[in-house]
Design a binder for this molecule. Structure first.
Ligand SMILES: [Zn+2]
Length: 186
C-alpha cells in the first residue's frame, strides 16, 4: 500500500502509520574539527606543577566534539605495550560511536536496512605520511556499532555492513571525517 509517491506503509496499525521510503537516498555525515586542542600550561600549586584540564583555546574538554575531526590513528595505540592501550582504544571507539550515532540520527537514513555500503573521506590539516589502515579501524568499528545501536542495521557483520574505500585529502588547517552511506532497503 502506498500513501503517496515515494513511501510505503510498513505498519498501518500504529498512529501515525509507519512508512519508509521506497528508494533510500545516500546520506553524508561529517565530523569537522572546530578547535585544535591545545593543553593549558600547568599551574603552580604550592611549588608543584599541576596539570590543568580543558583547552587553552576554547576551554572545552579534550574529548569534546569541538576537538574531533580526523579519527585518531590506531598505530599510536597498537604500537605500545600493555592493557592501557586497549582501554584507550575502547574509550576512543565509544566516543566516536556516540558522536556518529548522533550524526546518523540527524539524517533521514531509514531504519531496518538490508545493507549499508560506506565510502569515507578524511581531511588532514597537514601533509604527513599516513597509512590508511590506521585511520580506518576506529571509524569503521564505531560506525558499524552506531548503525546497529540506532536500529539502522540489525547486524554489522559483513553481509550487512561494508566499509569500502577511504580517501585522504589535505586542506590546510582542516581536520575532518566525512562518511557517505549508500543504503539498500530490505
Ligand atoms: Zn579547544
Amino acid at each position: 500500500m502506498s500513501l503517496f509517491d515515494g513511501e510505503i506503509v510498513v505498519n498501518e496499525r500504529v498512529d501515525p502509520p509507519l512508512v519508509v521510503p521506497v528508494t533510500a537516498e545516500p546520506v553524508m555525515i561529517e565530523v569537522v574539527r572546530a578547535c585544535h586542542f591545545k593543553a593549558k600550561p600547568p599551574e603552580e600549586v604550592k611549588g608543584r606543577k599541576v596539570k590543568r584540564r580543558g583547552c587553552a583555546r576554547c576551554g572545552l574538554g579534550k574529548g569534546d566534539i569541538a576537538h574531533m575531526g580526523a579519527p585518531p590513528s590506531f598505530n599510536a595505540l597498537a604500537s605500545g605495550q600493555g592493557s592501557g592501550n586497549a582501554m584507550v582504544y575502547a574509550g576512543l571507539k565509544a566516543r566516536w560511536q556516540e558522536v556518529l550515532t548522533e550524526r546518523l540520527a540527524a539524517t533521514d537514513l531509514p531504519k531496518g536496512l538490508a545493507h549499508v555500503l560506506v565510502e569515507g573521506e578524511i581531511t588532514f590539516p597537514d601533509r604527513g605520511r599516513r597509512d590508511q589502515g590506521n585511520f580506518r579501524v576506529i571509524v569503521e568499528k564505531a560506525l558499524g556499532d552506531a548503525l546497529v545501536e540506532g536500529w539502522w542495521l540489525a547486524d554489522d557483520s559483513w553481509d550487512f555492513y561494508s566499509f569500502g574505500n577511504l580517501e585522504a585529502r589535505y586542506v590546510k588547517g582542516e581536520s575532518a571525517t566525512r562518511l557517505y552511506l549508500f543504503p539498500t532497503l530490505p
